[in-house]
Design a protein around this ligand. Sequence first.
Ligand code: NAD
Length: 256
Amino acid sequence: QLKGKTAIVTGSNSGIGLGMAKELAKAGADVVLNSYTDNEEDHQLAKEISEETGTSARYIQGDLSKGDQARRLVEQAGRCDILINNAGIQHVAPIDEFPAEKWDAIIAIMLSSAFHTTAVALPMMRKAGWGRVINLASAHGLTASPYKSAYVSAKHGVVGMTKVVALETAEEPITANAICPGYVMTPLVESQIPDTMKQYDMDRETAIREVLLKRQPSKEFATVEQLGGVATFLCSDAAAQITGTTISVDGGWTAL
Ligand code: NAD
């Protein structure tokens, strides 16, 4: 289905990015993995995907907190039919205690990097005559929670930018959409548990049920495979007229 297409997935040496890269490779796409590290294991992940799917997978290092490195990632890939802006970090603190450098890093990695990669990828998509921009926003791109000022701001920004990209490409065979997951069990969520336990003075079990999954009516985490399936759907012909919108994968969170 996606044979001959190249998909760049930012922040894809773990979690949702890696899950989506694997699903796209299973659907036939050549994938480019990325993160800010350049370890043996990073390249090994790409090798495993190539071996398992018979597609070509590469790992390209790039620290997406830096605009020039975000642009270089896409330039170095040389082709980009599917761009998935997924890289992300989190920091949880009340706004008056929120470290300014964390604010800057979150906005840079999750919002500005998507601007830079999209700016370089769109001309490549236009040249190829087809393109899909898929931004990993969040339920926090549509709603808010206390103590997550930078994350909520960046994700709302990502949803806004997705709409602009969709309008700028509306008459072309290119779509831009945002996927808005509720909670998916990944290292990013795992790393929030200690802070949440401290903030609410709760044990791990209670923090998961009462705080993390409080607003997820299904009381289940989504899986990275499910998110990969949604990304693959957005790349299909059935989704050709879906553009400028958000797709929630949140167990009912935004229905509350
Ligand atoms: P994760 O921590 O497993 O993955 C984040 C990825 O981003 C990693 O590969 C990491 O190396 C990469 N990254 C971090 N800083 C980077 C940098 N400076 N340059 C390049 N790459 C960098 O987390 P995840 O849960 O898989 O999150 C992926 C995306 O999904 C994020 O944008 C996150 O906000 C979003 N999201 C996650 C959830 C969830 O419940 N896990 C829910 C909603 C949205």
